[in-house]
Design a protein around this ligand. Structure first.
Ligand code: DQA
Length: 143
């Protein structure tokens, strides 16, 4: 049984509340349920984490190493654009990681176009809403 962890960064727990025109009406809990449901009949164990703290995200990445997790899906939220600590964390654990963004970060403010974390990842998926997480997991299961 493959093990995949999804790690969501700051403000993603506010889905359904924050900027609905950009992120949609779905609540964080319903997005998590949706993702898990897509894989309920597959041989994959999916765990979803969320933290508003950079250090906590790194702790979770390091736990993934010790737990021998097969793949990581990460939406680092705004940390995407400036956290070299998360870049290092992803590199450190040597686990295939896919970066996901609900919105199309390439069509928003200039600062969002830069991802300092994606060079540590095997792929970046953006602008596909919650379906981006499903795509990312499928990609990791192919590996
Ligand atoms: C986001 C995009 C980031 O720029 C933003 O800071 C987020 C969410 C996305 O999923 O589209 O918090 O990662």
């Amino acid at each position: 049984m493959k093990k995949i962890w999804i790690i969501n960064g700051p403000n993603l727990n506010f889905l359904g509340i924050r900027e609905k025109g950009i992120y949609g009406n779905d609540t964080y809990e319903s997005v998590c349920e949706y993702i898990k449901k897509q894989f309920k009949d597959e041989a994959v164990e999916i765990k979803i984490f969320q933290s508003n703290y950079e250090g906590k995200i790194i702790d979770i990445l390091q736990s993934a190493y010790f737990e021998k997790i097969d793949g990581i899906v990460i939406n680092p939220g705004a940390f995407t654009h400036y956290s070299y600590a998360i870049f290092d964390g992803i590199k450190s654990v040597q686990i295939p990681t896919v970066e996901v963004h609900l919105s199309d970060i390439h069509k928003r403010e200039e600062f969002r176009k830069i991802s300092v974390t994606s060079p540590a990842c095997v792929a970046q998926i953006y602008g596909k809403g919650k379906g981006g997480y499903v795509k990312a997991i499928k990609l990791l299961l192919e590996k």
